[in-house]
Write a protein that binds this ligand. Structure first.
Ligand code: LLP
Length: 467
């Protein structure tokens, strides 16, 4: 009989290629620990569902980017953590300690970084429909770079910068004609995407900055993001070639204008199940840098400051979600449903993208696998399925299920659907647990509700005639 252990990742050391947080271990009493904290005890102490983040894995991921870049690239570089993957003020402080920059995409993300006291010169503001207020907030707080997605952005940035007497350091986001769908990619002449300047519009945008907006905008470089959960470096290598050729042409056409920054976006993949095989961050970064140096040399172009925007590969593996098993339903001959006390409100990814996850029954780590079940949530949707076909020991209500790899795009995509409060997030390190985000309460749920005066008075019920 198999144990429910996840095979194959014990000897893999890069956080993004492992299924589990780097500190995951099982002690002599068969208790699973992360960051030196017993997962079952965490579930009981903080309640479930509970997001757990392992500080050591977060730091290891940041260092995989920072240290590899430092070791293999002789130009300047800055990895910008893509906050959309997971954001809270404590997490932002951790990124600051690790020397990371931030990629933010909204007023809310800017505000969070400001409130956390993050050095705003290490922040890049992205997005395809930034409002006047968001751009004003960004410029007011002195974000280091804004990536303009379209002509509307340029117009607003110019307006705000001239009103404030400031000069904005700008990247132009382009659609490079490389499209990645997880494991494979295509090169196309044109991509049907809402993001970025089409390459055919780029010259007009550069002209505009160099002529009309020269007092308010300094063009620092180009930015592209080719997709997410990418398992190969080839599309990045092609992207570098495309972008550097444009850099070369811009230098030719605009009397020696040298673009200092090159932003390759995010997208490097992680392991969610035994089927995923992404390259380690360090190996991927090294390969990307080699190509960058190669093409820069070939074009006799100075090495740009290399910006990357990793999200998932920074935080996914650091995260786990703990649930308590509740009801179960056996549909004879079909499947057994096991319901947990969370679901699509705290992890929409299986319902939205058919994303797959691995999990462990934390209360029965060493028990033999007895059956294969479907883990469902408690939301009022048939599609609220977290994991299909999970091999588990004999389960009882009250067991704690620990789902791996939930650090990215779970909390940030969570909702209050069915008026369930969002879970807490605890950060674990060296036998300590720290609350990063408090669990919502029913009061949090009704906090924004107002009852208009004319609805407050409930009239006497109209008597219903009795036949
Ligand atoms: N930079 C830009 C401009 C992006 O649009 C994104 C992600 C990133 C960086 C970070 O990409 P990452 O390294 O995390 O792949 N909600 C989806 C993922 C959407 C990604 C959107 N953009 C999911 O749960 O899989």
């Amino acid at each position: 009989m198999n144990s429910q252990y996840l095979p194959g990742d014990a000897d893999r050391h890069s956080p993004n290629t492992s299924l589990r947080p780097v500190t995951f271990t099982v002690d002599e009493h068969n208790q699973p620990l992360v960051g030196g904290m017993n997962l079952v005890e965490l579930a009981h102490a903080y309640g479930t569902p509970l997001y757990v983040l392992d500080e050591a894995t977060l730091r290891a991921s940041a260092r995989a980017y920072k240290e590899t870049l430092k070791a293999v690239y002789s130009g300047d570089s800055l990895p910008l953590y893509a906050c959309k993957a997971n954001m809270s003020m404590g997490l932002v402080k951790l990124m600051e300690q690790e020397g990371m920059g931030l990629d933010v995409v909204s007023g809310g993300e800017i505000y969070t970084a400001v409130q956390a006291g993050f050095p705003m010169e290490r922040v890049l503001f992205n997005g395809n429909n930034k409002t006047y207020q968001e751009l004003e907030l960004a410029i007011h707080h002195g974000v280091g770079r804004i990536s303009a997605d379209n002509f509307h952005d340029l117009e607003l940035i110019n307006k705000i910068a001239s009103a404030k007497g400031k000069k904005v350091n700008l990247l132009l986001r382009v659609t490079p004609g490389i499209e990645c769908h997880t494991h494979d990619y295509i090169k196309t002449g044109h991509i049907d995407s809402k993001f970025g300047f089409d390459l055919s519009q780029l010259a007009a945008a550069v002209d505009m900055i160099q002529e009309q907006y020269k007092d308010t905008i300094v063009l620092k470089g180009l930015h592209a993001h080719i997709g997410s959960q990418i398992f190969e470096t080839k599309p990045y290598e092609d992207l570098i070639e495309i972008l550097l050729n444009i850099y070369y042409n811009i230098r030719e056409q605009y009397s020696g204008l040298v673009l200092e920054d090159l932003d390759l976006g995010g997208g490097l993949g992680v392991t969610y199940t035994g089927q995923d095989d992404p390259p380690a961050v360090s190996a991927a970064v090294q390969r990307i840098v080699e190509k960058l140096v190669f093409y820069a040399k070939r074009l006799n172009y100075p090495l740009p400051r290399l910006l990357m925007e990793p999200g998932r590969s920074m935080v996914a593996t650091a995260g786990m979600t703990l649930y308590t098993v509740g009801s179960m339903k056996d549909v004879p001959g079909l499947r057994k449903y096991v319901a947990v006390d969370g679901g699509m409100g705290d992890n929409i990814r299986p319902a939205l993208y058919q994303a797959q996850y691995s999990a462990l029954v934390a209360t029965k780590v060493n028990a033999p696998v007895e059956e294969t079940v479907t883990i469902v949530g408690k939301y009022c949707e048939s599609g609220d399925i977290l994991i299909k076909g999970l091999p588990v020991p004999c389960l009882e209500s009250g067991d704690i299920l620990a789902v791996f790899g939930t650090g990215a795009y779970n909390y940030t995509m969570s909702s209050n659907y069915n008026r369930f409060p969002r879970p807490a997030t605890v950060l674990v390190e060296n036998g300590h647990a720290h609350v990063l985000v408090q669990r919502e309460t029913y009061d949090t749920i009704i906090q924004q509700d107002l009852i208009p005066a004319h609805l407050r008075k409930v009239s006497e019920p109209v008597p219903v005639p009795v036949p």
